[in-house]
Design a protein around this ligand. Structure first.
Ligand SMILES: Cc1cc2nc3c(=O)[nH]c(=O)nc-3n(C[C@H](O)[C@H](O)[C@H](O)COP(=O)(O)OP(=O)(O)OC[C@H]3O[C@@H](n4cnc5c(N)ncnc54)[C@H](O)[C@@H]3O)c2cc1C
Length: 461
């Protein structure tokens, strides 16, 4: 029987190194590429405004790449299972092929869907999006890692075994022979209404171009200009010292395998010892990403609850006025206000500044990390449940392998160390140069002492 495969795109919006795409094209006579927007299935973490903007443009980019290979991307919204049932009924498709997503809720949705549809369709699913599937990385007691360094030490030696699917040419041939099956129940991309009606997102296009081509261009630029100095420059927010690949990795426009393989020659010393050390530091960040996804996989509650149970009750404040002042970048602390403006203008913030602004919110202001995580969720183009939860809980001191409670980032010291000439501050906060720039909303020294006292009292150290 001729196989008609539904190729279900999710967080794998790319053509290269895409196991599901490869497999579907090589093993089917017709392929129906689909994207189903099912925000309700992602609640309470349905994509935020910046993510939806990215998704819209990433789908456009994928659509045009698929069209170049004579395939049409079909859009749907609503219940994934109901949509797939409808496509089966309409087209007679007999296979569903996809790359897995490891957020528990979505993973379990997929398992339910597999169970319910197994009598009407064959299902073929592939690992994707991470270097190692979560659940496969366990310590010697077969338990999940809760501390990064041993996790890193376990994974790092295994990186040399990585590979990416690289059969783009065979793929082209396979694709040319494919039959195109129309699906009349599909909707338009516009009807998914991913773009916020307030138009906030319009400026994001000045800073980003979603899609696979751009992901590879940025990787090339990073390899050419920055990775060699990553160890020393990655903490300087005024420099283009990091890869900016985070949204592309989140949406699966590029894979961590492709990124690792690209830096491999540097790791091996091709450009000298210093470049090799820098590449090592960079790869470590990719392993932080793996760690974050492993933590979320094993402890899905980490997205909404402090991992350290002592912080689950009666600890955080929820002052809405202070929180709003922080979101608007009107705290009177220049590096924080600059960071919040960068986020608002570009949908991204430098990692060093993410740590400073989140420390200020959770420690100096004592506000619940979850409020900050939600704001980031709505405004970051790279909003990622695993990385965002880990980042916030790390800074707030309530996560796995978190910063100790007494580590309160001093924004002024951080500015002197990482933005001594105020290039970052002046870029995002030109008004800072004016004499009447407001003074900090809280005294940094007093609020630090208050935070230490609050943490100590609460955990009784
Ligand atoms: C409070 C807070 C919230 C954060 N929220 C997110 C988020 O929602 N999405 C997100 O992708 N990252 C998040 N991070 C991690 C980090 O800030 C970003 O991954 C990084 O700034 C992205 O820029 P880049 O791609 O240039 O990173 P690079 O320095 O070039 O690093 C390469 C890749 O490694 C991964 N990575 C780097 N640092 C980390 C880290 N600390 N934890 C996990 N993975 C990392 C990212 O995928 C990144 O693209 C957060 C950090 C903090 C402190």
């Amino acid at each position: 029987m001729a196989a008609t495969s539904i190729l279900w795109f999710r967080r794998d919006l790319r053509m290269q190194d895409n196991a599901a795409l490869e497999w579907a094209c090589e093993n089917s006579s017709a392929v129906i590429p689909v994207y189903i927007y099912s925000a309700d299935e992602e609640q309470p973490w349905a994509p935020g405004a910046a993510s939806r903007w990215w998704l819209h443009h990433s789908l456009l980019s994928l659509q045009s790449r698929l069209a170049g290979r004579r395939l049409k991307l079909y859009y749907f919204s609503g219940s994934s299972e109901a949509v797939i049932e409808k496509i089966i009924a309409e087209t007679g498709a007999n296979r569903l092929v996809y790359n897995r997503v490891y957020e528990r809720q979505l993973y379990e949705r997929d398992l339910r869907l597999e169970k319910n549809l197994k009598n009407s369709i064959d299902i073929v699913a592939f690992d994707s999006g991470l270097l190692f599937s979560p659940g496969t990385v366990l310590n010697s007691q077969q338990l999940p890692y809760r501390v990064f360094t041993p996790f890193y030490n376990k994974l790092r030696p295994q990186l040399s075994e990585l590979h990416a699917y690289q059969s783009a040419e065979t793929n082209d041939d396979a694709l040319k022979a494919l039959e195109n099956k129309p699906v009349s129940s599909a909707r338009s991309l516009q009807s998914l209404q991913l773009l916020d009606e307030h138009g906030w997102h319009e400026k994001l296009g000045l800073h980003w171009r979603p899609g696979e081509d751009e992901a590879h261009r940025l990787l090339d630029v990073f390899l050419e200009e920055a990775v060699q100095h990553y160890a020393t420059q990655r903490d300087i927010p005024s420099l283009e010292g990091t890869s900016r690949l985070s949204p592309y990795l989140h949406f699966g426009e590029i894979t961590p395998q492709q990124v690792c393989l690209a830096v491999w020659p540097l790791l091996e010393g091709e450009q000298g010892a210093s470049a090799s050390r820098s590449a090592e530091v960079f790869v470590k960040q990719l392993i932080w990403r793996e760690f974050a996804h492993n933590v979320l996989w094993h402890f899905p509650e980490t997205a909404t609850l402090p991992m350290d149970r002592r912080y689950r009750k009666d600890f955080w404040r929820s002052d809405i006025d202070d929180f709003n002042t922080w979101t608007k970048g009107e705290t009177g602390v220049p590096i924080i206000d600059a960071g919040m403006k960068q986020l608002w203008e570009t949908g991204w913030m430098h990692n060093r500044v993410r740590m400073i602004v989140s420390s200020f919110l959770t420690k100096n202001l004592g506000i619940n990390w979850l409020h900050g995580a939600r704001w980031f969720w709505d405004t970051l183009v790279d909003a990622d449940l695993a990385n965002n939860s880990l980042g916030w809980q790390w800074v707030a001191g309530c996560g796995v392998d978190a910063a100790p409670y007494y580590r309160v980032f001093n924004p002024n010291t951080q500015t002197r160390r990482f933005d001594s000439e105020l290039r970052y501050v002046e870029k995002w906060l030109p008004e800072h140069a004016q004499l009447d720039y407001p003074s900090p909303m809280v005294d940094l020294g007093v609020s630090r002492e208050d935070a230490l006292h609050r943490y100590k009292q609460h955990i009784r150290v």
